[in-house]
Ligand binder design. Structure first.
Ligand code: ATP
Length: 361
């Protein structure tokens, strides 16, 4: 396994810049996800790492070695795409063995390695079948087996789960992570699905419009977004106009109507330089909706009216009216959800708030 480095990489298609100058370090053995909306440049980055596209500027290093001029089949990569494209007229075992065809693997070892790859994806007995006799999820596992049978230095996965239905996708998430943990291969995973990224990654690289917005652990990017884009893209966030009245080692003090003064902890206000215009970021699931009398101690609260109730099974999403403002809150349903028009109190703990300077908006 190897690290992957993008150094001052730019990709232009004619006059259009798909990837602006990008620097990225993917440590050996890590599971790193490129996450962002359609068209933000995730696949372009992955294809440059793969050697399917040449960068317009900059360098790509695999295991510390510059690979700009190394062709794809010499980069020792395992690649799985969304449309896993197994050969329909080859058996599963022949499909998996296909990855080894350009390598000097003795014939006797090919069968053993194919079997080991099939064991790893927990389909030990399907080698003699044809792909059409397998379910979509099983076919995707075979595509994965074909990618890992070569013992790649880096595994590149481009939306590999998006063709699967919702339940299967969740099972495959766990499965993919299990396999990655077991073989420890450096993995670059591309998705636009934030829950997939949060569930699987050691690090998430959030991208927008050809640029990296933030790199960090799932907890970091989720709890301490570096920009309004990240706050909105990962889950549902409320952004409130605020004023920072002071910062010190303990954190920042913000004034945000209708809540009044909020003391945001230092690690969630790192980007505030000092007093000035700011934004208070409140995650929808951190806003608690309750009758005033039941609000726990230590919450910062304001009165609100429930405008819309959106049932989501175990949770409910409320759209709340607070004077001029509308906020959304996602709460677990313990008994009965509130009804439209109910007068309630909405509150949050200051430790759950984060703050951004206004100019990043
Ligand atoms: P998706 O999730 O839809 O695949 P993405 O984030 O992976 O999106 P890319 O496929 O990397 O996005 O594309 C980034 C931008 O570059 C898009 O605006 C796309 O239209 C453009 N682009 C990609 N490939 C080419 C190409 N060969 N020629 C011209 N423009 C391209």
């Amino acid at each position: 396994m190897s690290s992957v480095t993008l150094r001052n990489v730019v990709k232009r298609f004619h006059k259009f810049t798909a990837v602006h100058e990008t620097n990225l370090e993917i440590p050996e053995g890590a599971f790193v996800t490129l996450l962002g909306p359609s068209g933000c440049g995730k696949t372009t980055n992955l294809r440059m790492i793969a050697g399917l596209l040449d960068p317009t500027e900059g360098e790509i290093l695999i295991g510390g070695r510059r690979v700009n001029d190394v062709p794809i089949h010499k980069r020792n990569l395992g690649i799985v795409f969304q449309n896993y494209a197994l050969f329909p007229h080859k058996t599963v075992a022949e499909n998996v063995a296909f990855g080894l065809r350009y390598r000097d693997v003795p014939k006797a070892d090919v069968a053993a390695r194919v079997q080991a790859a099939l064991d790893l994806v927990q389909l030990p007995d399907v080698g003699e079948r044809y792909p059409k006799a397998l379910s979509g999820g099983q076919q995707q596992r075979i595509a994965l087996a074909r990618a890992i049978v070569i013992e790649p230095d880096v595994l590149l996965l481009d939306e590999p789960l998006s063709a699967l239905d919702a339940n299967l996708r969740e099972d495959m998430r766990v499965e993919l992570k299990r396999i990655q943990d077991k073989i420890g291969v450096t993995t670059v995973f591309v998705t636009h699905d934030q829950s997939e990224a949060l569930a699987m990654s050691d690090r998430i690289v959030v991208m927008s419009a050809g640029r990296i917005e933030q790199t960090g652990s799932p907890e970091e990017v989720y709890n301490n977004p570096a920009s309004e884009f990240v706050a909105q893209f990962l889950g549902a966030s409320n952004m409130l106009e605020a004023r920072c009245t002071g910062t010190d080692a303990g954190g920042a003090t913000l004034e945000a109507e209708p809540f009044g003064q909020v003391a945001v902890p230092a690690e969630k206000a790192q980007r505030l330089g000092g007093p000035g215009a700011a934004q208070l970021v409140l995650r929808a699931e951190k806003l608690l909706v309750m009758p005033a009398a039941e609000m726990p101690e230590g919450m910062i609260t304001a009165p609100a009216r429930i405008e819309t109730v959106d049932y989501q099974g175990q949770t409910v999403r409320y759209f709340l009216r607070l004077g001029e403002r509308q906020l959304q809150a996602i709460n677990m349903i313990d008994e009965r959800p509130f009804e439209q028009g109910a007068e309630v109190r909405v509150g949050f703990r200051p430790k759950d708030a984060s703050a951004l300077p206004m100019e990043t908006a």
